[in-house]
Design a protein around this ligand. Structure first.
Ligand SMILES: [Cu+2]
Length: 638
């Protein structure tokens, strides 16, 4: 389907019911037609010698139409501002006699055809959803055996492929630049700086290295030679990580400093403000290599999984307490053998439990009260998704995408969502354009999900199938659009995070280096570089600005954001600070905040639920009608 066809979907009803337009719009289904009307009226006004004021009003109306069109259709993932402008060009051609009105007919025919195709795809999707979990009355629609066959594989092929190189459509990658280490772990702190760490070589006993990158100045602190830092005696390679409500970063486990394959029982805490570490050696019940850490609504860091040795899993979750406590609460009745290698994907669910969305096909929840218990939730549809990823993209809504059913088998393009407020059932959505494993999924200020990197090849870390093109997932349409391509191969041990300025930095990949990765000449361990992606919203005009906002907030609090752009603001969102490793970002999550314009700014209200918005630091964005975000203001909610 091309962009023209969607104009049929953008019916007058949609326009008139959208509430964007205070003035009366003609009942036109096609923006070319509307442009013709506007231009003819403009001509009439000019011919009649009517005042410039009227002409200006018409132009304002058109601008408003353009803005609304842009917003509505872009939110539906269907059109770009560029397309609206193209329609205006076509309208001009018709009016000037360079293009006959009839010339539009073939276009309309094509549109009808494509409209039909799209409706068919929607029907197929609907049937797939119904048959995935049929109610008794739906049995007739779902012949026996079809439930298994109907996966997202069977959905219509992806409709929206951006062929353009226009950054307004596909965004733009900046050239790769050197990094002092392979960024196996990354986190964006409350000061807006990016912490990254790794072990310099695969050999056990090499002391870990960390660096801090300032995205504004592009300067690194703690660059090589790294030397010893603080009292950090642990090997934090492949530790679990998440932000505490204080803004400090909790690192659980990692690797033994002496024995290959053994987990570390240590906890380390990084303070962004002082650029310093606190170490709590040997404090967990046992070693944990590859555990997952998730801070919940009760300000507890829940540590799940990890391995003690190559052949023994740490099955008992533990909880890092509040108030500077240095002991852990052990969830002794929640013993469970979750897979390690890669990490498991845990999110704070609306219930306050941790929702485990994979990578296994069976999904479950961890109740952390008392001594804890696991509760079975449901099976996702595709299968296991080893080395895939998952993201909670909205309140209680979780996406799983890519990965391999067999740990080292070929990856899938498929994706599924679950909406925990509605049901526990996984629903296949449109597949990605590319099958991927070892890819990153990053939440953006406009609520979309950017997917970067990974490989379409099976086996552990085969970079020959590296995917260079990014893809954008729009939760409104559940469709994917191919974005611009990066330059480096970013597969195992690559990381991606959203920066406060709305860009996304993608770094690392390596340790071990995959074939074709750009290696450091001395260590040949992987990508000693990063690339920065500028999403399309950074090419759509002037950015709104936040002149001031509070630094700390409480739940359900109404506060003022000072901005000169209040009138143009259509969304206020915030995203919890990113903390990511091994293709799972345990930190990021997204809230839409309610707001209203007031003199000099916006009156914004924070969420009321500690489970939908776990305490901690968030990047607050204000977005205008074209979806252009401000630079974030980082705010703590507690
Ligand atoms: Cu690792």
């Amino acid at each position: 389907m091309n962009n023209l066809s969607i104009h049929f979907l953008f019916t007058a009803t949609t326009i008139l019911s959208s509430g964007f337009f205070a003035f009366s719009l003609p009942a036109k289904a096609h923006s070319v037609d509307y442009c013709i009307d506007i231009l003819q009226e403009e001509a009439q006004i000019a011919a009649n010698g009517t005042s410039k004021r009227q002409l200006k009003q018409k132009l304002r109306d058109y601008k408003e139409f353009e803005r609304g069109c842009n917003q509505e259709l872009q939110e539906a993932g269907l059109i770009t501002l560029k397309q609206v402008r193209q329609d205006k060009v076509i309208a001009n051609l018709v009016l000037s006699g360079q293009m006959a009105q009839d010339d539009l007919n073939p276009i309309k025919k094509k549109q009808k055809q494509e409209d039909l195709e799209q409706r068919e795809a929607k029907l197929l999707q609907l049937r797939s959803e119904i048959c995935a979990n049929p109610a008794p009355e739906d049995e007739y629609a779902c012949p026996k055996g079809e439930q298994e066959q109907l996966s997202s594989q069977s959905l219509a092929p992806q409709a929206l492929v951006a062929q353009a190189t226009d950054p307004v459509v596909v965004g733009q990658w900046q050239a790769p630049f050197n990094w002092p280490l392979v960024a196996v772990h990354m986190a964006v702190g409350p000061n807006g700086k990016v912490l990254a760490w790794t072990r310099p070589k695969l050999s056990v006993g090499s002391p870990p290295q960390y660096t801090v990158w300032d995205p504004n100045s592009n300067q690194f602190t703690n660059s090589p030679p790294f030397g010893q830092f603080g009292s950090l005696a642990s090997d934090i390679f492949c530790a679990g990580q998440d932000f505490a409500p204080s803004g400090r970063l909790l690192l659980a486990g990692g690797h033994s400093t002496t024995t290959a394959g053994d987990g570390s029982p240590d906890i380390n805490v990084y303070n962004f403000n002082t650029n310093s570490w606190n170490s709590y050696p040997n404090i967990m019940n046992s070693g944990r290599w590859y555990p997952t850490v998730t801070y919940n609504g009760n300000k507890e860091g829940v540590i799940v999984g990890g391995s003690i040795t190559n052949s023994a899993l740490n099955k008992i979750p533990q909880v890092w307490g509040t108030g500077g406590s240095t002991s852990l609460r052990t969830l002794s009745s929640a013993s469970f053998a979750l897979p390690v290698y890669p990490y498991v994907w845990n999110f704070v669910a609306p219930s306050g439990r941790l929702f485990n969305s994979g990578p296994t096909q069976a999904t479950r929840a961890l109740d952390t009260t008392g001594t804890g218990k696991w509760i079975s939730i449901s099976n996702s549809k595709f299968g296991n998704r080893y080395y895939g990823t998952s993201v909670m993209y909205d309140d209680g809504k979780v996406l799983i995408l890519g990965g391999s059913n067999d740990k080292y088998g070929p990856p899938t393009k498929t994706a599924e969502v679950v909406e925990l407020f509605k049901s526990n059932n996984w629903i296949p959505v449109y597949p990605m354009q590319f099958a991927r494993r070892h890819h990153n999924a990053t939440l953006l200020p406009d609520g979309k999900v950017l997917v970067t990197g990974g490989t379409s090849s099976g086996s552990f870390n085969n970079t020959s199938g590296s995917v260079f093109a990014a893809e954008m997932w729009d939760p409104q349409t559940m469709q994917w659009t191919t974005m611009a391509s990066m330059q480096e191969r970013r597969t195992y041990h690559s990381t991606a995070v959203l920066l406060p300025d709305g860009r996304v930095v993608l770094a690392g990949g390596g340790l071990p280096a995959g074939n074709g990765a750009k290696d450091d000449p001395l260590t040949t361990q992987g990508n000693y570089n990063a690339e920065v992606y500028l999403p399309p919203y950074l090419f759509k005009g002037t950015r709104p600005t936040i002149t001031s906002a509070p630094t700390t907030l409480s739940y359900g609090q109404t506060f003022t954001v000072q901005t000169p752009d209040a009138e143009s603001i259509s969304k206020v969102t915030w995203i919890k600070l990113s903390s990511t490793t091994h293709q799972f970002n345990a930190g990021q999550r997204f809230n839409r905040l309610s707001f209203a314009p007031v003199a000099g700014g916006l009156k914004v209200t924070t969420p009321t639920s500690i489970n939908l918005c776990p305490p901690g630091y968030y990047m607050l964005f204000i977005l205008n009608g074209s979806g252009v975000p401000s630079v974030a203001k980082i705010i703590q909610i507690s």
